[in-house]
Design a binder for this molecule. Structure first.
Ligand code: HEM
Length: 502
């Protein structure tokens, strides 16, 4: 009897899976053959390939099509290939693809659950417009002296680190994370993280714990990619309670201090505390203040550290580009009373190009995940590789494989080479729209782009002015990416030797 039951259940599962995996074929959408249960993500689940590589491979194989059908485990998903289709999804038909494909339970994760990145619908719109004033160019100008101060600390730190200068090498991401930790603590909370000292501050502890809990987060992130429905059932808390309590304490203590001492600081925390009085749409509570101040920390710290660490690595590996950049920066300091102002920093084209080229090669978010929020019909164009209209159903995941598109030789000649000149003058104008989007595009593009670029630019400028960089032998070249990392991470790190320029 039991054997019969097993046979019947297996046959049913077999039948349902087979039907499920015919989903895209029936709709006339091409795509790679899925494997059972894992769909097209088996290699990632087995830790053989990163999600970056998996989707980049799909992209390169099917890039002649506007999009291609894949399966995240058993769930159908679309991988978008054509820049025109990326525009359609992120801008023109934004109302049909409004939300990011990342669900967080707000009750379980009150801090992460309030982050604009995970908010949906009207709630996202309201919060996005509340936070936008914190990122205007006026605000960036106000923040700039704080970043100058941290940049000087960075130079002093490297100069006094025997490891950095004696040939042992200093790991680039570790170094840059100290820099960005100080910046976000100062700009969002008005506090010192003291990341360049041996003092153990609350921020250092939070950053450390955040990375430790990252292992668990990563596991559930991978699980969420392959079995999204399963994760909705299990409900996992992504930020540990201890970290949330510490962040809430910092915010409460800082706000109390400011109130009791009549301190008004024109920073992100001030904007948030004002929202408590002015928000009309809903009750803006202390939890909201903590969540958004912490959001600045969560979103701004690791992404920027990642970009800056890859920039330093690419410069260390490409001596000519490094020398050219140094010439630009040193020349600017020389011509401007040994100063680099906010406006001056915006006027350094080669610095900008070096960072853009690094973002092309190593975007921290290597795939963008969107979800269809309103049914959408794709109507083929003349000469289209898709032959009939395709109905994209509400709830379908949509993946934009940034890393794949950024290394397409059709858009970027010799795509694996580091060539900042692509982002200068006429060359920059020739870049096909929507083939380069490290910060996303459209209404949901990165809110912190200005701040992220600003801190990376100033940090790199100060380092390159003061040190000659070379790749330390501990770096595994060519770089390989960690298959399980949520944001682009090289295996074994990027080790750099610094030689002080007197
Ligand atoms: C230089 C480093 C950074 C890179 C490369 C980066 C990249 C991105 C990308 C690709 C997205 C998704 C866009 C999309 O879905 O279309 C995003 C969203 C976001 N980023 Fe960044 N980011 C960086 C730094 C920052 C910083 C410094 C902050 C804040 C302090 C920040 C805050 C956000 C927020 C709030 C969102 C969600 C926007 C929304 O859904 O409305 N990011 N970022």
């Amino acid at each position: 009897m039991i054997i019969l039951l097993i046979i019947v259940v297996s046959a049913l599962v077999f039948y349902l899976l087979k039907k499920n995996y015919e989903y895209w074929e029936k709709r006339g959408v091409p795509g790679p053959k899925p494997t059972w249960f894992f769909g097209n993500l088996g290699e990632n689940f087995m830790m053989k390939k990163s999600l970056m590589e998996v989707y980049a491979n799909v992209y390169h194989q099917y890039k002649k099509y506007p999009f291609v059908g894949v399966f995240k485990g058993v769930s159908p998903a679309l991988v978008v290939c054509e820049p025109e289709m990326i525009k359609e999804i992120t801008v023109k038909s934004f109302q049909h693809f409004h939300d990011n494909d990342f669900e967080v339970d707000k009750k379980l994760d009150p801090i992460l659950g309030r982050n604009p990145f995970v908010l949906n619908g009207q709630e996202w719109k309201t919060v996005r417009s509340q936070l936008t004033p914190g990122f205007t160019s006026g605000k960036m100008k106000w923040i700039y002296p704080l970043l100058e101060d941290t940049s000087n600390q960075l130079v002093n730190f490297i100069s006094n680190q025997p490891k950095a200068t004696n040939g042992e090498g200093f790991e680039s991401k570790d170094l840059c994370a100290k820099f960005t930790l100080n910046n976000v603590a100062n700009c969002a909370f008005g506090l010192e993280a003291k990341a360049f000292t041996n003092e153990s501050t609350e921020f250092q502890l939070i950053a450390k714990k955040f990375f430790e809990s990252g292992i668990i987060q990563t596991f559930f992130f991978v699980l969420a990619q392959i079995f999204p429905s399963l994760l909705k059932l299990i409900k996992i808390k992504l930020i540990p309670k201890d970290i949330e309590d510490r962040l809430a304490n910092i915010v409460t203590q800082t706000l109390n201090y400011r109130k009791n001492n009549n301190v008004v600081r024109n920073d992100f925390l001030h904007i948030l505390s004002q929202l408590k009085k002015t928000c009309k749409e809903y009750e803006f509570t202390d939890v909201d203040v903590t969540a958004h101040a912490s959001g600045f920390f969560i979103d701004g710290f690791e992404t920027s550290a990642s970009v800056m660490s890859f920039v330093l690595h690419e410069l260390a590996a490409n001596g000519e580009a490094q020398a050219k950049l140094r010439e630009e920066i040193v020349g600017h300091f020389r011509d401007n009373d040994n100063k680099l102002s906010y406006e001056g920093l915006q006027g350094l084209p080669y610095l900008d190009a070096v960072i853009q080229e690094t973002l092309r090669l190593h975007p921290p978010l290597f795939n963008l995940g969107k979800v269809c929020t309103k049914p959408y019909t794709y109507v083929p164009k003349k000469g289209d590789k898709i032959s009939k209209p395709v109905q994209i159903e509400k709830g379908t995941s949509v993946v934009i494989p940034l890393a794949g598109i950024h290394r397409d030789p059709e858009f970027f000649e010799e795509p694996n080479e580091f060539k900042p000149e692509r982002f200068i003058g006429d060359n920059k104008e020739k870049i096909v729209k929507y083939s380069f989007l490290p910060f996303g595009e459209g209404p949901r593009a990165c809110l912190g782009q200005r701040f992220g670029m600003l801190q990376v630019k100033i940090g790199v400028a100060y380092v390159v002015k003061n040190f000659r960089l070379s790749v330390n032998g501990k770096t595994k070249m060519p770089l390989e990416y960690d298959p399980f990392a949520i944001i682009t991470t090289p295996k074994g790190g990027m080790w750099i030797d610094f030689e002080k320029i007197e």
